[in-house]
Write a protein that binds this ligand. Structure first.
Ligand code: ADP
Ligand code: MG
Ligand code: MG
Length: 875
């Protein structure tokens, strides 16, 4: 098997085999960019290594030696040589980018001899020693497992002794002491000597990279980002170039466009006289790339050209690492840049306008789930803010929450539903679980390309980084800004678009869609065939939905109208009625109120269909709680209350008790109410039709779709349909208006899906109520599952996702697919929709498209997400 490739043997298409970093280094080499030469060990080797129980596969080591020899010849350098020693970096690189998840070792090949060679070659003793101490530190940490902080402690002690503040103030002699101390410390910690043979160093490093594929950090990152565990990582071995050779050297990272806003401008940071990790690690705060134009105009010009070339070549925004060694520019990495959602949209739309990509590609460039971020509220620009500090605007959006300094604590509180801002000096991959559970991130150090910033943008969370005014004191769980002290648990707000840190909560305003966003959605609408409606219960929600591009309402829940404060007493009167006459009297009072509700919604959705579901929940939901009633009665009795009042309360209690059910979810609800109390459904139908007739008279075009919930059999539907049709006839007669309507059913019990061919005889449309269909198909009650056992099911991989969030395509989806087929067998062209929460979840939307559903319906704020996901399903 060929396990090792030279850069010039690969290309960008070989990502699976060579990893993302390797494939792109190969591609850049191929198109003639200045890349230090190197070799790549394949992901295949990593997989075989893991399969063989952490052993290098047969022949791999020989191939590595062979290719290193090629590298040596090319460069005229040799591993371990007394003059011109070869130094390399050993870099991991998986097929999917996992920033900061796996560790890189720089300056490998240095030992007590070669460091002297490097000194005479460079004529710069401090530089060579700086490389060596970095190498021992990285190798000791990544390969030999000695904590980084132990190295820091050695260094701090030396600085104290020398009475200096910064690393670069240490003399060569002092660096030599640090190096000796490092080696001693490693010996003490591991019982092993620091390896002096470069090839031994190399193989140890390769071993460590392969192993790191399975470390906790990497595993957590893969789990969060749903990256398969069996991809393996490649290893890149690349000749070193040095950014730490003096003031004509440096290192940096840059995006070809602004990853927060998408603006077409170079965006990045660099540090003069520094090596690799220094920029991203947030050790010194770096300089913005723009100042490179002043400091090294020639280099800047060349770099800008190469960036343009790379963008054209990859047809996407690039995230680039570079190093300048004594006035020469080297490219060390390129990849498609991670970006915030605002930037993703702008870049995609701009690139279509620049002729770089097609509309279809543009639509695929934005992850629908990310849009959520833009569809939420942001700080009211007119609000008076108590701004206490300003950092870098690292990831847009605003958030308020309690200050928390610890990732573990953030996870705990976050899961209790607390709103949090995670505050750290800087974040590391070990903080991921805390970031995940916080509303926003605030760091006192690190630039816009720091770990916190990159991760936050990826997750669509606001982040303010490099807020240097912040003095964090972990021990006392507080931070200070001047005289101001903010304690853990105090509330602050951050604005990741401006970098502002604000004391307390802030007023927020509704989002608006940017012109680019509108454009992208317009393209999505041209591409998609799946319809998108919204679930809305009020005219306000209907208007919002329409503004976001919903073409109709897929679910209006009438019970929400029953819950309103002023109506509840009438609803209770209806439920408690002792006779049909009494009930009818209550219904007569409800009729005009409901008619008003329907009027408003149908008017807001003028010209678009509105599915109105007749009463669905168990009646006791409208009644007081029996325990509270009992307490109240007891209190009245003890305090000698009015006997008439007590008697009334007791009657109520009896009624409440008689209505209580063992399992309300499977009890007296849905169309079972229509079967037992037809007068309730008749009243609702009358309200709908009277509203429709009134609107028609006024010149509107209402399109009501009357929906019967929880059907299990065609006979239920036949009976209730007859009732609805009869009422429609009556209303048409009394008003003399011809209005249009249809009658259909919710499919939310497996039996209805199984008998869909029969049910379709009486249904003008189906709508999958996937919330209940999931409950009834899995036999899970949602409230119990999520609180009690679902977590175990996910941890043990019995289920791959929470079925109430991501549609269970395997089970529930199978029923849906069958019901669509059976229904259309009876009634070709049967209108089918979905109105569960899944209607706004991108992967579920893709499935709905695949099985031929006509439209999805989701909450108004998810409508743009659904439009985009529906387009992606079609591309
Ligand atoms: P990551 O995947 O965490 O970004 P990299 O493998 O890209 O890790 O390396 C980390 C840092 O080391 C980068 O800033 C990169 O520029 C630098 N680096 C890697 N290889 C070399 C090299 N051969 N010469 C100089 N710097 C290097
Ligand atoms: Mg990198
Ligand atoms: Mg239901």
């Amino acid at each position: 098997k060929k396990y090792v490739y030279l850069f010039e043997e690969g290309n960008a298409k070989m990502r699976d085999l060579l990893g993302g970093k390797g494939a792109n280094l190969a591609e850049m080499t191929k198109i003639g960019l200045p890349v230090p030469p190197g070799v790549i060990i394949t992901t295949e080797a990593c997989k075989d290594f893991t399969a063989a129980g952490q052993k290098f596969p047969e022949g791999m080591e020989d191939q590595v030696r062979e290719k290193i020899a090629v590298l040596e010849n090319k460069l005229g350098r040799k591993f371990g040589a007394q003059t011109s020693p070869l130094l390399v970096s050993v870099r991991s690189g998986a097929p999917v980018s996992m920033p900061g998840m796996m560790d890189t070792v720089l300056n490998l090949g240095l030992n007590d001899q070669t460091v002297e060679a490097l000194i005479s070659e460079s004529g710069n003793e401090r530089f060579a020693l700086d490389c060596y101490r970095r190498f021992i530190n990285m190798f000791g940490d990544v390969v030999m497992g000695v904590e980084h902080s132990k190295f820091e402690r050695v260094l701090d002690r030396q600085k104290e002794k020398a009475q200096v503040r910064y690393d670069n103030q240490l003399s060569a002699a002092e660096w030599r002491e640090v190096i000796a101390d490092y080696k001693k410390m490693i010996r003490r910690e591991t019982g092993k000597t620091f390896p002096q043979d470069p090839l031994e160093q190399l193989f140890m490093a390769i071993y460590a990279v392969f192993n790191s594929w399975n470390n906790d950090r990497a595993a957590v990152y893969r789990r969060i980002n749903k990256i398969p565990d069996d991809l393996g990582t490649a290893v890149n071995i690349q000749a070193m170039v040095f950014g730490n050779m003096g003031d004509n050297s440096g290192t940096g990272v840059a995006f070809t466009r602004n990853p927060s806003t998408g603006e077409k401008e170079l965006y990045g940071e660099y540090l003069i006289n520094a090596q690799g990790e220094d920029v991203v690690a947030g050790i010194r705060t770096p300089q913005p790339i723009a100042s490179l134009a002043r400091e090294m105009p020639e280099i800047f010009k060349q770099f800008k050209e190469l960036c343009g070339q790379l963008e054209k070549h990859y047809r996407d925004m690039q995230d680039i690492e570079f190093t300048i060694e004594r006035g020469k520019l080297w490219m060390l990495q390129t990849r498609n840049g991670k970006r915030g959602v605002q930037a993703a949209i702008k870049v995609a739309v701009d690139m279509v306008n620049e002729g770089l990509i097609t509309k279809e590609e543009a639509v695929l460039r934005v992850e629908p789930g990310q849009l959520d971020h833009l569809l939420h509220r942001r700080i009211d620009p007119d609000a008076k803010l108590d701004i206490i500090a300003r950092g870098l605007p690292a990831s847009p959006g605003a958030a308020s929450g309690k200050v928390v300094f610890d990732a573990d604590l953030a996870e705990r509180l976050g899961q209790e539903g607390k709103k949090l801002i995670l505050v750290r000096t800087e974040t590391t991959p070990d903080d991921i679980h805390g970031i995940l559970n916080a509303q926003g991130i605030l760091t006192s150090r690190g630039g816009m390309t720091s770990h916190a910033a990159v991760v936050a943008r990826g997750m669509g969370k606001p982040c303010v980084s490099g807020c240097e005014a912040l003095q964090i004191d972990y021990e006392h769980e507080e931070f200070r800004i001047g005289n101001l002290v903010v304690k853990q648990g105090d509330i602050i707000s951050i604005d990741g678009s401006t970098g502002n840190v604000i004391l307390g909560t802030v007023p927020m305003i509704d989002p608006e869609l940017s012109p680019e966003f509108q454009k992208l959605l317009e393209w999505a609408d041209q591409i998609r065939s799946l319809g998108v409606r919204a679930n809305a219960d009020t005219p306000q929600d209907a208007a919002k939905a329409r503004e976001f591009g919903a073409a109709g309402i897929g679910l209006t829940r009438t019970e929400h109208m029953f819950m309103a404060q002023d109506r509840l007493p009438i609803v209770q009167e209806m439920i408690l009625a002792a006779s049909l006459r009494e009930r009818q009297a209550a219904l007569d009072k409800l009729l005009p109120v409901q008619q008003g509700d329907f009027y408003g919604i149908l008017q807001a959705m003028d010209g678009f269909p509105v599915t109105i579901r007749l009463l669905d929940p168990p009646l006791h939901e409208f009644l007081p709680n029996s325990e509270e009633l009992t307490v109240e009665i007891t209190r009245l009795r003890l305090s000698g209350g009015d006997p008439a009042v007590i008697k009334a309360k007791e009657d109520l209690l009896r009624k409440v008790r008689s209505l209580s059910e063992f399992n309300p979810m499977l009890g007296h609800r849905g169309c079972r109410l229509g079967i037992t109390f037809p007068e309730v459904y008749a009243m609702q139908a009358r309200a709908i039709f009277r509203a429709a007739a009134q609107l028609v008279k006024e010149g509107f075009n209402p399109v009501p779709e009357v929906e019967i919930p929880l059907v299990i059999d065609i006979k239920e539907l036949a009976l209730l349909r007859e009732l609805v049709v009869k009422v429609a006839g009556e209303v048409a007669g009394e008003t003399g208006v011809n209005f249009h309507y249809t009658v259909g059913t919710m499919i939310e019990i497996p039996r209805a899906a199984l008998l869909a061919d029969e049910v379709a005889q009486e249904a003008d449309f189906f709508s999958f109520g996937t919330n209940d269909l999931t409950q009834t198909t899995l036999g899970f009650s949602r409230d119990d599952a999520e609180g009690k056992f679902l977590r175990a099911y996910l941890d043990q991989k019995i289920l791959s996702d929470n079925p109430f969030v991501v549609l269970d395509q395997k089970g529930v989806g199978k029923l849906m697919k069958m019901a669509v087929q059976l229904g259309r067998q009876t009634r070709p062209g049967l209108l089918v929709g979905i109105c569960g929460e899944h209607g706004g979840e991108p992967s579920s939307i893709g499935f709905c498209h695949a099985i031929g559903i006509d439209f999805v319906s989701c909450s108004p704020f998810r409508v743009p997400i659904a439009r985009l996901a529906a387009a992606q399903a079609r591309v």
